[in-house]
Design a binder for this molecule. Sequence first.
Ligand code: CMP
Length: 835
Amino acid sequence: MLDAALVLLAVALLLVVVGGIQPLAAKLRLPPPVLLAVFGIAIGAVSSAASRSAFAGHFDVAARLFQELPVSSETIIYVFLPLLVFEAGITSDVRRILEDWAPILLLAIVATLVTTAAIGFALWPLAGMPLVVCLLLGSVVATTDPAAVIAIFRDVGAPARLSRLVEGEALLNDAAAIALFVVLLAMIVSGREPNVADGAREFTIAFLGGAVLGIAAGRLLLLAIPWIGGDRLAEASLTVALAYLAFIGGERLFHVSGVVTVLVAGLTVSALGRARISPYNWGFLSDLWEQIAFWARSLVFVLASILVPRLLLNMDWHDLVLTCVLIGAAFAARLFVLFLLLPPLSYFHLTQPIGTPYKLAIAWGGLRGALTLALALAVSENRALDPAIHHFVAVLATGLVLFTLLVSGTTLRPVIRLLGLNRLSPRDRMLRDQVLALAYEEVCEAVRDTAAEYSLSDEAVRETVGPYQQWIRAAGARDDAETGLTGRARLAIALLALANQERALVLEAWSQRTVAAATVQVLLRNADALIEGARAAGRLGYRRATRSAFSFRFGFRAAYLLYKYFGISRLLADRLGERFEVLLFTRLLITELIGFTGRRLHPIFGARIAGLTRLILTRRLDATAAALEALRNHYPDHAAALETAFLRQSASRREIGRYQALFEEGLIAREIYDDLRRSVDEARRAELRPRFDLGLDTAQLIGRLDLLSGLDQEQLARVQRLLRPQFTMPDERILRQGERADAVYFIASGAVEVRINGQHIQLGTGSFFGEMALLTQQPRRADVVALTFCRLLVLRKADFEKFMAENPDARAEINRVAQARLEMNRRGLATAAGK
Ligand code: CMP
């Protein structure tokens, strides 16, 4: 056994090499894993040769250093796997992945099963191994490492959706493959007769159970975040702990797939965490995880490749033949999935069609990497297995990894070029040009500001800004002349730029803490929908997305149902408060975007496009203002409170900025500064965001009814006992024609529409409805639908008589109105019949 210092020495040396390989790989334009593997194999070869050679004595320590590292499969599985998988989850863009859930899920789960089966059945007749063992090998090599393909896709400017597809697939693919691997391994170890039904059941439980547990674990972490008070080091530590806790908890405590648990926990944190963790801290977290995963991946790679020479030495002709079969089967399975399983999905519009060149590139780029090696190691060190199985799995899996790295990996770039994927489409090029032009405009503006601040000469400004402006002009001319893009395409690109800017503004507001977490999430979702809409369907898509931003989503409806059927109003009030804030902010955002259109889009896209964009924005602004107004009319107090809270937030932000400036200029000491900051922070925290109140207090609502304004205290108190408040959503049907009558409704705020004989009659605050059926003892004569949010006071049938008897004035009024309505309807019917 080596002592600790030597082990550390070896690890440090490996890190030196791992660090050196990155720039080298960039220079050689090769995927880094290729070089890592080559390097690992070289170390393995040299050290094993050295330990056998005549010089063994001299090189003994050096050779043993790498040959006997105490890195067992246990170490790899427990130390590195959770890190690798968690990182994959936390750094992925879950919302984007969800948009393409159908193809990703298909590619991931079905593809894993297909690959495993294809490989298993292809090898079985030749390998002289039981079928389960062949399938086990299939699951080991079913994981794919997307990094190489994605890096190249990014280089050649492939559509981002495609990269996401590959990334998302690889993510779930790994989870599915490992869950399958665990099930198969358990079958072999237990020596049970393999059984498809059992296997399928165990796989499903492991997968689904892991997913549920992962969501719970991720949410638990997010619950803890507010308690930490924004300390990035603490937040990061918790995420690292979460990776291990989820893995071990899943494996040992709940007996589900630990890998799936970790992955889903990471995905949950990624999906919901961005709105809870400040952008600055999130950036730190991402960087940290990138670093951790880089170490984990590189070390697994090198450590596993060190073992390769030993494995290859034991290889015979039979193994070589099997490796070739394996390679063939793996590619065939992938082509099968891409060319036969994906097309039906695009036929049903579940995904956009993927061009053949891209499919070929994805198939060729299906590299196998660290995970395959880690799983193969785990098999080869499992004492419960037969040595023949060790040999079989380790040699073949390594063979495939080497093939994909050394053959596919090194030729991927030429293949992409051969397929013509490195040429941007005119639309993509224009998009890139516009993005650059926007960036350059910003640079120019910043240069001018700096020059003004330091009173630099105009000449210097012109010199600096000139090349940028020239570029912008040239790009504009090129786009117009060469790409021949239609006005519609240009508008789509302008809207895309606008939607991107909206997203940036939301994140900025979040970093300044002017918006609540829940609101940010809604705003981000809206901005994302706008981006996707503009990208997929231009102006139409953008419009569709703006409209759906106003719709009441699932959460809102669920809260409303809880209120309606169980009387739980808190959740509904929170949702309404959130809607208030979202609308308030959206209005602010749109105003800023209109400015952005004038400043940035106009110079690049020209007056016509800028005019159209402004028109679209103005319409959006009007719709937002109208929706806001509808709420503000009902709840003026809350609107005022929200505005005050918003102003207070920005005031305290300024206050802190001021203190900081004083501190940095040395005018106040650190203690005083800390103290001031703390007091502002405390005041800020103590000042809770105004909580939305549905305003369903009967006594207050009665005050809004003219009908009851003449009552004295005592009468009011009696009436108050008879009336029940009720809240309704816009478009909700309150009464249905032909129904039996059970109550009369007074409108304390809002508006409804009576729909009778094809006529639509609107009733506003102070009116009532539903009286006719009670007075005449007949069914309801009309439909009544809420036009806005309404607060109603409901008088039940049983109390109606009592109410009428006790309040003669109201009774007279109600009778009068009912009579008039009856008359009106009769006349209406007569005119309708006379037509
Ligand atoms: P009811 O028949 O109980 O249910 C439908 C209600 O619509 C009815 O009572 C009235 O309150 C209201 N309604 C019917 N006709 C008119 C009308 N012409 N103008 C205003 N409200 C009406």
